[in-house]
Design a protein around this ligand. Sequence first.
Ligand SMILES: [Fe+2]
Ligand SMILES: [Fe+2]
Length: 174
Amino acid sequence: MSRLLTRTQIQQLVATHGREVIEHEHMQIERRCYQHGNVSTFAHSIRVACLAVWLADRAHLWRRVDLKSLIRAALLHDYFLYDWHDWDDGVHRLHGFTHGGAALRNALADFRLNAIERDSIANHMFPMTTTPPRYIEGWLVTAADKLSATRETFSPDRFRKGEVPLDAAAADRR
Ligand SMILES: [Fe+2]
Ligand SMILES: [Fe+2]
């Protein structure tokens, strides 16, 4: 890939390489769980995947990054499959520290994952958790996650639950 990718090209790459994950029936659970503000975990995961590809592209990292592993790890990084805002007797109190491991356990039950994908999912909450990602793909997922989460948390749209912003609506077709 020599020329810089457009937004549409990035979305197509995510759709193609992420198809198995996106079409899995358990991804439907992510559509019903809110992540930040009014953004579902599903829409958040699509955004993180697109942003991780954009970061790799703009930093000219394609000689060092496995595109498919990057996209699949990004799509599965929050595959914990519960709404962390639910109290559930305090089970989710430590969500920030534990959900990387929960996401990996669920992902391993549903998909065959390579070492890059496994490590990137498990350690995406670094530095909140202690082990840093081992692969460059994991660093890209971690960076894209933090950028997306900050934007979603502070967006004025968060006060309009139910009204989905246009780009999220495209990603989050119900
Ligand atoms: Fe996360
Ligand atoms: Fe996330």
